[in-house]
Design a protein around this ligand. Structure first.
Ligand code: G6P
Length: 464
């Protein structure tokens, strides 16, 4: 599948790639391109024949595409054995590293580093090695490679050994935990993760806070960062794309449908998330309920539009979390709803056009994660909202470093404080709201995805 036979000048490696395949009933393969910052960032080099994206085959369709040796140019999918991938992705990356980076373990029950974890760790090493070997095979002499995220922390070190001629970067899309939390990992595992990443010439983070935490961990547990450079690149929203896409017909249709559901003359509090445990959707709902309690004047006059799209449903805690979001929404609707008013409009089915429709209608955006590397929703809503929305933003989102001044800041654990912030946002005068939204949109789009990616390439090339 789309091998360059050692001719690629720019390579990206990530678990999830830019395209996925499904097998149709007639056996044909259908390709669907994904969204997200990385995909649009890469479109900057996408048509370049020397660029290659190496990713995992994730679906049956993907594996079929690999087997048939077909697929889109510029993408090479690795068909890693399903059990190895499940251990590495579900076991190590999503059940351990993701929790450590987001500082989200619920001690004393978790984590448990036992023989089962050790077995999964071996799979994680194998999975990382498969990436390193594929990259070594595809990269031209002196090529530039950018490895993405916590799934692939060992790749830079492995690749450095195989191909000392390459310029290697790694970018973390998550937070990074300070040493007191990171040290929860077994010493040898922590050391492997840090040394693996430090095999890169340059490490990128979304904010200064996460970069500093990494450096502290490296100093405490790996003898420092050595010759590796550390950079901060705050991925921004893609204004041109969003403004154009959010005015297309399918979005307009969904706006009309949403307006019906919301009802005439009501304010709208919007949230859009993947249902990840870090997103804090339940406390957001509880804050909305408290708003209705503390300020009964908002009853019948506001609707909370909450889109919570499924994520990582292979993991039981994620399934339970989704069920909890549903349960609390239903409770609020049962408790406060009236024949003409549904207080919470919850939607669990992923629909990008409908998300944009909600952005356009938003009076208030609620972005209250417990921890988030950046959070692009916080950056997208002010760009798209028609009337300029107020932003209630967690101080624990990376985006807060750039948007804090014009947002209404909340402590994500403080439900009472979040309810008060919602009230403040709803009460803000239209002029102030619009002015703030303008400044938010400017800050949010300062580093669009294509520039974000090109900056990293430039820095990598300059530093060696
Ligand atoms: C979260 C993390 C990202 C990560 C992504 C992977 O959003 O913040 O850093 O890349 O999940 O999602 P996936 O659906 O591929 O597990």
């Amino acid at each position: 599948m789309a091998s360059t036979n050692g001719a690629a000048q720019v390579l990206v490696a990530s678990n999830r790639g830019p395209v996925s395949y499904t097998v149709g009933e007639d056996g044909s393969l259908d390709a669907k391109r994904g969204g997200g910052g990385l995909v649009s960032g890469l479109s900057a080099i996408g048509s370049d024949a020397d660029a290659l994206w190496v990713c995992s085959a994730l679906s049956d369709g993907d594996r079929e595409a690999v087997r048939r040796g077909v697929g889109e140019g510029g993408v090479r999918m690795l068909d890693i054995p399903a059990d190895v991938h499940a251990d590495a992705y579900n076991g190590v990356a999503n059940s351990v590293l993701w929790f450590v980076h987001h500082m989200l373990y619920q001690t004393p029950l978790e984590p448990v580093f036992d023989a089962e974890f050790r077995r999964q760790w071996t799979s994680y090493e194998r999975y990382n090695r498969a990436f390193a070997e594929a990259l070594a095979e595809e990269a031209a002499q002196g090529a530039t490679v950018v490895v993405q995220d916590y799934h692939l922390t060992l790749v830079p070190g492995m690749l450095r050994e195989l191909r000392p001629d390459l310029r290697i970067g790694h970018f973390s899309h998550t937070p990074w935990a300070p040493p007191e939390y990171f040290r929860m990992l077994p010493d040898d595992v922590a050391g492997q993760v840090l040394r693996g990443m430090l095999g890169a010439d340059r490490l990128g983070f979304l904010t200064r806070r996460w970069a500093d935490a990494f450096v502290e961990c490296a100093e405490r547990f790996a003898g420092g960062v050595g010759g590796t450079r550390i950079g901060v690149h705050g991925l921004g929203a893609d204004a041109d794309f969003l403004r154009q896409r959010s005015h297309e017909k399918d979005v307009e249709e969904r706006m009309a449908a949403l307006r019906e559901e919301i009802g005439e003359g009501r304010r709208t509090i919007v949230r859009v998330d993947r249902t990840e445990l870090s997103k804090n959707i339940v406390r957001g709902l509880l804050a909305y309920r408290q708003l209705l309690d503390d300020h009964p004047e908002w009853r019948e006059r506001v609707v909370h539009v909450a889109f919570a799209y499924p994520s990582r449903q292979d993991l039981a805690v994620y399934r339970e979390y989704t069920a909890e979001v549903q349960r609390v929404s239903e409770e609020i609707n049962a408790e406060y709803g009236t024949p003409g008013w549904t207080p919470v409009v919850l939607n669990l089915k992923d629909d990008f056009a409908r998300s944009l429709a909600a952005y356009r209608l938003a009076d208030v955006a609620l972005v209250n994660p417990i921890r988030d590397g950046m959070n692009l929703v916080a950056k997208e809503v002010p760009v798209v909202s028609d009337a300029g929305c107020a932003l209630v933003l967690s101080r624990e989102a990376g985006a807060h470093e750039e948007l804090g001044e014009d947002a209404i800041t909340v402590n994500p654990y403080d439900v009472t404080g979040t309810a008060a912030a919602l009230h403040e946002a709803l009460s803000m005068g239209p002029e102030e709201r619009a002015e703030r939204a303008k400044r938010l949109a400017a800050a949010a789009t300062a580093l669009p995805p294509a520039q974000w990616f090109l900056d990293q390439l430039d820095a990598l090339r300059a530093e060696r």
